[in-house]
Write a new protein. Structure first.
Length: 246
């Protein structure tokens, strides 16, 4: 189990009816934040290895629950709760990335629709495009996730309206979502900065496992490219700031 001293409960609001709760790992207020809508209903502690690896890259992670996928986190109850209000532009304290895995990608896109002005980048991993087809192939019904009607969105239509940097990660052996479907989704996006990674040998739910260390490296590279972190300009700025402070 990782050190829980940096874990706290979190509430993010993007609109009157768009509010999510979860667990935040905060390694620094100025660090980029990934708001993660997970692929399944595993308890959040199963994501601690990923959170720890991202923290090592100075990236904060929020594990968000959604209807039918509530977290049974063991974050200390004595930690002060955090709130992030995205109902107005410019409300994020640091670069804010929204990530959705599998069925969580629909919740991520629904969230982004309401808070696009505050979103720095979008990451979709094994994105679900046709919900009915996915649930049928996966042997799952709508009621298992109690999906609200508002999540019945068209991912293509959403990305056609968002000029926000986009990264899509797809498993070569995905058994639920076809490669052509995912490529079409990538092409539908109007973002000037679009990236599309295919992980060899990965299935719908095994991308991180198959990619290994390249998984976090890919996420970090995307975030650094968008934010300008760890570039020579960024390093020179920090060097000058350190010299001024001394």
């Amino acid at each position: 189990m990782m050190d829980l001293q940096h874990l706290t409960s979190l509430t993010i609001t993007a609109g009157p009816d768009v509010r999510f709760t979860g667990v935040l790992h905060d390694s620094g207020n100025d660090n980029p934040l990934i708001a993660l809508f997970p692929a399944d209903c595993r308890p959040s502690d199963s994501y601690y290895p990923l959170i720890k690896q991202l923290a090592a890259e100075n990236i904060n992670t929020a594990f968000l629950a959604y209807p039918g996928c509530e977290s049974d986190s063991d974050a200390p109850s004595n930690n002060a709760a955090r709130t992030i209000d995205l109902t107005h532009p410019g409300k994020t304290p640091a670069p804010f990335f929204v990530m959705g895995q599998s069925i969580g990608s629909l919740h991520a896109l629904h969230f982004i629709q309401q808070a696009a002005d505050n979103v720095t980048g979008i990451i979709l991993e094994s994105p679900v495009i046709d919900l009915d087809s996915f649930l049928s192939d996966a042997g799952t019904t709508h009621t298992a996730y109690t999906l609200p009607p508002s999540v019945a969105i068209d991912p293509h239509a959403v990305l056609k309206k968002l000029d926000v940097p986009l990264l899509i990660i797809y498993g070569q052996r995905d058994e639920y979502v076809g490669a052509l479907e995912t490529e079409a989704l990538h092409l539908a996006g109007i973002a000037k900065n679009k990236q599309y990674y295919i992980v060899p040998g990965a299935t719908h739910f095994s991308i991180a496992e198959r990619a290994g260390s390249l998984y976090v490296a890919g996420l970090t590279r995307f975030i650094n490219q968008i934010t300008g972190r760890n570039t020579w300009r960024d390093k020179r700025r920090k060097f000058k700031a350190a010299g001024t402070a001394s």
